[in-house]
Design a protein around this ligand. Sequence first.
Ligand SMILES: C[S@@+](CC[C@H](N)C(=O)[O-])C[C@H]1O[C@@H](n2cnc3c(N)ncnc32)[C@H](O)[C@@H]1O
Length: 437
Amino acid sequence: MKHLQTIQYMGSKQSLLPYIEACLNHYLAAYPLDTPPSTLFDAFAGSGRVSYHFRDRYTVISNDKLAFSKTILSAYLCTPFDTAQQHRCRQWIDILNNLPSTYFSQTDQWFTNTYGWPWNDGKSEDANGVKKVWLHKNSRKIDIIRHQIQVWRDTEEISESDEKVLLLALILGINKVSNVVGHQNGYLKRWCAGAQRDLILELPSIEPRPSSPHIQYVGDIFDILKQVEADIAYFDPPYGTNNKNLSVATRYSSFYHLWNTLVTNTRPTVFGKASKPISTKGYTEPLERNKRQVVIPKFIRLIEEVRSPIVAFSYSNKSLLTAKDFEEVYRLAGCDMNTFRLYITTHETNNQTKLASKGGNWIDRANPNAPLTEYLFIARKDPERYQNTNRTTRPNQSIDIESIPVVDQWLQKDEDYSLPHQTWEYSENEILQIQSV
Ligand SMILES: C[S@@+](CC[C@H](N)C(=O)[O-])C[C@H]1O[C@@H](n2cnc3c(N)ncnc32)[C@H](O)[C@@H]1O
């Protein structure tokens, strides 16, 4: 399989995967562990592409706050998908595709009432300007199919593993008929060509896997950190932006709410023109806040608490923190700064930056002329600090704001933290040359 069949996702690392692997190889050759690493913690797994990429090389432990990430990865990485299961799932999918439309009356019709709309001369919004995601022909099928999967699962007619495959098939099918441009923060005003197609489920292309060592979590990273031990921790959190006109980064729970509602099969109260769950209203996850004083202590805590001797972090030059900030973050988190390295590539690949728009316009970035540069920071954790439970950060009552005196002092200084040229920086060409030797 060339690419993982999954959802479009802002900040997805799809095109950076070979590069990230090359950087890790390079780093591990320079700073080998006593025994070759065998486990990787993908702490912000999102669409699942990074976990999937490393599936044959490491035991991958994945986590994301959003439940659909676990559904996608469980289907791809933990399904035996032997001939018997393939046969079974093909039959289930066949039944789901052919359920009579009269079944609709047996469902609560929630997806249709909330997100469905008739053709309406090509206009996909109602009289109040509330935009809709699916034509009735498809929203009705979604209600029927989701209801039937739930019934099968509740009566134990299908296993949990079969359920994951069917939900993945539903996500991939819906992905093709939704009236959106990649995310679900808002929808198109007129029915696009994709939305006019018929929803059809297909058997996902899953590799057979007799047994799987991989593990998926769903939860806030600061709860999950304590449960995971891995040789390499890979952090790909929301990036934030260095555009002073914006106050928040991509709010993932808001941008991908439909996938979450679909896999959890919940019925959230919704609000606004995009009918998003009320829980997303005005909510910004702390790591998505565009405030250095919020994010920096959290990043320090991430590195400090993670039980991994090697910590890798993806970021970019158009995001909230600078490369110099990261040097300080790693240092304060107790890493061995002699092992701190920054890998740099200028591939224009990060949709988190490319897709961001406000009021229909592309966001005017703070440094619009600078090419997008993707960073990968890697360092070893100081073994003494790693064993030691003394933390620099002090979680206080509020999960949002943590105070670290030395960081407070640092942030009060208005220094220029532009990218320095230091020995710890590797350009893309250097890495490619090193790899080809
Ligand atoms: C840049 S995206 C990761 C993209 C992913 N590497 C990929 O290739 O698809 C950041 C992810 O962090 C997740 N996230 C944000 N805050 C989180 C938190 N506190 N705990 C766990 N996950 C979180 C978001 O749901 C989002 O999926």
